[in-house]
Ligand binder design. Structure first.
Ligand code: DC
Length: 229
C-alpha cells in the first residue's frame, strides 16, 4: 500500500532540501506546495491586480490553470500551460505570495489541488512526500507520517544568508533575521492554514544538525511508521 509523508515547518527550516534528498533515497515523489501558491501569485502580478483587490485575487483562481509536473523528482510548474518554474521565484512574486496565500478562498482552492495531486500519485501506486505549512494539519491530517521540521530563527537566518551569498546576493544578517521573523509571524497568524505543530507530528529540530543527520532522522521516522505498509 502506498503512503503519504507530510512535512511542515517555517521558512529556512530546510524542508525543501530535505524533502528532495529523502525522496531521492527512498524513491518517493516529492511535492513542494509553495510552488502552487507562487503560481497563483504570479497570475496576480501578470494581471496587474492590486494587492488590496481581494475580490479579483480570489476570482483569478477560477480563470487560471495551475499544474505541477514531477519527473525524476524535478518539479516543473505550469501556469496556463506555460513553464513558469523560474518566474515564480521572482522578487515581485516573493513580495506578495505571503499575502495572497493568506486569503482563505485561495487556500481552499490550493488545498483541493494539493489533495488531487497527492491522490493521483497514490492511485499510481507511488509513495509521496509533500511539504508546506499546513500539510500535516489541513491538507493531509491523516498522512501516514507527519513531521514538523524546525530550527531557531538565528540558524535559519545564517542558512538564508549563506544561500544568498552563494547566489551572489549581498545581504546583511540583521535584515535577513528580521525578515525571517516577520515571515514566521505572518505564517503562524494566518486565519486559515496557519503554520502550527500538529500534536501527533514528530518534531525535529535541525539547528545543530547537518543535512545528512536530518535526512537520517527523517528516514528513521518514515521507516518506523510505515514498516507494516
Ligand atoms: O515555501 P515557499 O517559500 O515557496 O512558499 C511560498 C509562500 O506560500 C509562503 O509565503 C508560504 C505559503 N505557503 C503556504 O501558506 N502554505 C503551504 N502549504 C505552502 C506555502
Amino acid at each position: 500500500m502506498s503512503y503519504i509523508v507530510a512535512i511542515d515547518g517555517p521558512a529556512g527550516s530546510g524542508k525543501g532540501t530535505l524533502t528532495k534528498v529523502v525522496a531521492e533515497e527512498l524513491g518517493l515523489v516529492s511535492i513542494d506546495t509553495g510552488m502552487l501558491y507562487r503560481c497563483h501569485a504570479l497570475a496576480v502580478v501578470r494581471n496587474n491586480i492590486d494587492i488590496n483587490d481581494k475580490e479579483n485575487i480570489i476570482k483569478i483562481m477560477d480563470e487560471i490553470e495551475i499544474n505541477l509536473v514531477n519527473e525524476n523528482n524535478i518539479q516543473t510548474a505550469f501556469l496556463n500551460g506555460e513553464n513558469v518554474t523560474d518566474k515564480i521565484r521572482l522578487p515581485e512574486v516573493n513580495n506578495i505570495v505571503s499575502l495572497t496565500s493568506s486569503i482563505p478562498e485561495v487556500r481552499e482552492k490550493v488545498t483541493n489541488l494539493e489533495r488531487r495531486i497527492g491522490y493521483d500519485w497514490l492511485k499510481e501506486g507511488k509513495n509521496i512526500i509533500m511539504e508546506g505549512r499546513d500539510i500535516t494539519t489541513v491538507v493531509f491530517p491523516e498522512a501516514d507520517v507527519k513531521i514538523y521540521l524546525d530550527a531557531t530563527p538565528i540558524e535559519r537566518a545564517k542558512r538564508r544568508l549563506a544561500q544568498d551569498t552563494r547566489n551572489g546576493i549581498e545581504e546583511n544578517f540583521t535584515e535577513v533575521l528580521e525578515s525571517i521573523m516577520a515571515r514566521d509571524k505572518n505564517d503562524m497568524n494566518k486565519k486559515v492554514g496557519a503554520l502550527k505543530r500538529a500534536p501527533d507530528a514528530v518534531y525535529i529540530d535541525s539547528s545543530k544538525l547537518n543535512i545528512e543527520q536530518v535526512k537520517r532522522k527523517i528516514i528513521d521516522v518514515i521507516e518506523r511508521k510505515t514498516k507494516d505498509k
